[in-house]
Design a protein around this ligand. Structure first.
Ligand code: NAP
Length: 624
């Protein structure tokens, strides 16, 4: 039912809103110098807040209506961005951040430089995976009019959002940042959307932009072999009907980092008579009401699912091997109020600036990762901002557990925040204080037929074990086999110290092949909207494909020298960061592989990595 929009409703909408975004959107419409002169929301006095709210309500009462403003001219845009955060930025930062507010639908996607050339007979791209990245790639090929097919082993698009359906699953970055610029202001019902809603968003987007019509579900690629004579990838695929061979002039692997679940081979695992469930294989009909349950793991998954399970289970034993820094997010789990939905839909520019400020809250995160020797010489542990965060989060743990020292002692990590992937609290600490929940920090010796045994011989009898034990993250492009030039196997190519790539996307000896979200590509810092990166990577592939076709060429590859140089610089950059230092506990981090290399993240400051991925350095590539 449509709400009645009167002045009181509008006022409530503004009071609930992000006032930094309100101020910038208002100024964009009015040019009101009084609005421009106000400080950021956190520093507003009561009187200033009232002034801003009053101005916004007045403007909305007279002008509210659907629409989205045109992107302002560059200088004006930059000034508005600075107004939103209260800080100016470098040219490089401006370049990386200008499209976060997403006024333009397709800021990065590429087009032909002139007329679309006649494509070689039968030219085709194959994209493996229809998660966020595969869909972003499909939209780029759609826009170029390049024939393509997306393959996915599952029956629907969504990738990780199709796979993961465990209780409590939701995004842990704000929904507003988790949408494509060409499909924006989605009517999310929650500030942090639940998994099913993200899945539905991707499905309708895939349909609307034509990608769904070019997708073959239930189709698994098992082997890819590069035919050097023809510059074509020959792919073995299995389908419900049997096996088949496909050919791809361009092969894009968008197969995800979290595609293969990892369940440890606990002694006695096969003899356990109860149920062992990995969250990514959650049975539709699993009812834990009244059950005795063990949850192993306290990563993002284990932490997300504990509270909903603990509400129904008879008893839950939480097995924690390593404590995590788990932090709260404002409005996590909260519904988007009708007033806020109205504001997003009827205050042109508000959506854009609310997205910008949401992402901007992470602009400074790189600072958590760089050690400060002077600070350490003065008695500090790592650097001022990281130490402060550690103290704040320790206070949070104490507050959430009601000051229970027996818990606090076991929950506060001995490594620094931001060493590992930040985990968002879904009532996890509070759940540990429930009567039916026990935190177990003893290791697991073995599974008996009916429970889990710890070193002191105690057996906790359980009906169900939830193994929230993570994914085979280090194994990129696995389990499919890839043979490049001279038949070289990708896993042999990477055997020295794990998977590497140029810009996370390309590997020499494997021409015409790309990875999206490949090794060392996950942006570590600097403020990001992940879908923005997905589009940037897809458009990088788009640029190289366009160049190849416009040049009448049939092969594009990275030079071995560029690959080596890039990776040397990347390793040097990574070695400066917290994650590879003792206080970052690298041995406990799935971002770091068995050889001690940072393998998942791009260690670069976000805007630097942005430039590398958006301004193609053709001297690093050969197009023949
Ligand atoms: P994870 O972060 O790798 O956590 C696995 C957990 O299992 C850790 O606590 C680990 O302990 C524990 N574990 C593994 N093997 C064990 C063993 N043999 N014995 C005892 N404990 C063991 O996996 P995840 O929680 O599935 O998360 C993976 C990633 O998926 C996240 O980092 C995130 O990027 C993504 N994710 C995102 C969302 C979201 O955005 N909403 C939600 C879920 C997941 P140790 O710490 O000691 O290794």
């Amino acid at each position: 039912m449509e709400p009645t929009v009167d002045r009181a409703f509008i006022r409530r909408a503004v009071e609930l809103a992000d006032l930094d975004a309100v101020r910038v959107a208002l100024y964009q419409h009015t040019g009101d110098p009084e609005a421009a002169a106000l400080p950021r929301a956190v520093r507003l006095t009561e009187q200033e807040r009232e002034l801003l709210v009053g101005k916004a309500v007045d403007w909305l009462a007279a002008h509210a209506g659907p629409g989205m403003p045109e992107e302002p001219p560059e200088q004006e845009l930059r000034a508005l961005m600075a107004m939103a955060t209260g800080e100016d930025m470098t040219d490089l930062e401006f370049e990386a951040r200008r499209d976060i507010a997403a006024f333009k639908p397709y800021p990065w996607y590429v087009d032909w430089t002139g007329e679309r050339p006649v494509l070689p007979e039968g030219f085709k791209a194959v994209v493996v995976g229809s998660g966020f990245n595969g869909l972003a790639m499909g939209v780029q090929f759609e826009r170029l009019g390049i024939p393509y097919v997306v393959l996915d082993r599952r029956p629907e698009p969504g990738g990780t959002w199709s796979i993961n359906r465990y209780p409590g699953i939701r995004v842990d970055t704000a929904s507003i940042t988790y949408e494509f610029s060409f499909e924006k202001n989605h009517p999310w019902t929650e500030y942090f959307a639940q998994g099913a809603e993200v899945r539905a968003y991707l499905e309708q987007m895939a349909k609307k932009y034509g990608v769904l019509a070019n997708t073959r579900f239930g189709t698994t690629m098992t082997r890819a072999v590069f035919d050097e004579a023809r510059n074509v990838w020959v792919l073995d695929v299995t389908t419900p009907e049997g096996t088949e061979t496909l050919e791809a002039n361009i092969l894009v692997n968008a197969v995800g980092t979290f595609a293969n679940p990892k369940i440890p081979e606990f002694e006695g695992r096969d003899g356990f008579r109860g149920l062992i469930v990995h969250p990514s294989r959650w049975p539709d009909d699993l009812d834990l009401t009244g059950k005795r349950v063990a949850v192993i793991g306290n990563g993002s998954t284990g932490v997300q699912l504990l509270a909903p399970i603990a509400e129904h289970a008879a008893r839950v034993h939480v097995f924690q091997r390593t404590p995590q820094w788990i932090s709260p997010r404002e409005k996590y789990g909260a519904a988007i109020e009708p007033e806020t939905r109205w504001l997003l839909d009827n205050f042109p520019g508000y959506w854009n600036w609310a997205r910008y400020t949401s992402v901007a809250s992470l602009f400074g995160t790189h600072g958590f990762l760089i050690p400060d020797e002077e600070w350490q010489a003065g008695g500090g542990t790592f650097n001022a901002m990281n130490d402060k965060l550690r103290d704040d989060l320790t206070a949070y743990i104490t507050a959430q557990t009601g000051g229970r020292q027996d818990l606090v002692d076991r929950l506060v990590p001995d490594y620094a925040p931001f060493s590992r992937r930040p985990v968002v609290d879904n009532g996890w600490y509070r759940s540990l204080t429930r009567d039916n929940v026990e935190l177990v920090t003893d290791s697991i010796t073995r599974l008996t037929e009916t429970g889990i045994e710890t070193p002191d011989g105690t057996v906790r009898e359980v009906d169900v074990i939830i193994a929230a034990t993570g994914f085979e993250v280090a194994k990129y492009l696995w389990p499919a086999a890839y043979a490049g030039k001279d038949g070289i196997d990708i896993h042999d190519f990477w055997s020295a110290d794990g998977a590497r790539a140029y810009l996370g996307m390309m590997v020499p000896e494997f021409p015409n092949m790309f990875m999206l979200y490949g090794p060392n590509s996950q942006p570590l810092s600097g403020g990001t909207s992940l879908p923005m990166w997905y589009v940037i990577w897809a458009s990088y592939v788009g640029q190289l494909t366009v160049r190849m076709l416009e040049d009448g060429a049939s092969r594009v590859e990275v030079t071995p020298a560029a690959y080596e140089r890039y990776n040397k610089a990347l390793d040097a950059e990574a070695s400066r960061l917290l994650l590879l230092q003792d206080y970052g506990a690298p041995e406990k981090n799935y971002y770091v592989n068995k050889s001690g290399r940072l393998q998942v993240n791009a260690p670069w400051y976000g805007p630097d990595f942005h430039r590398m991925c958006t301004q193609v350095d053709w001297t690093d590539l050969t197009v023949t």
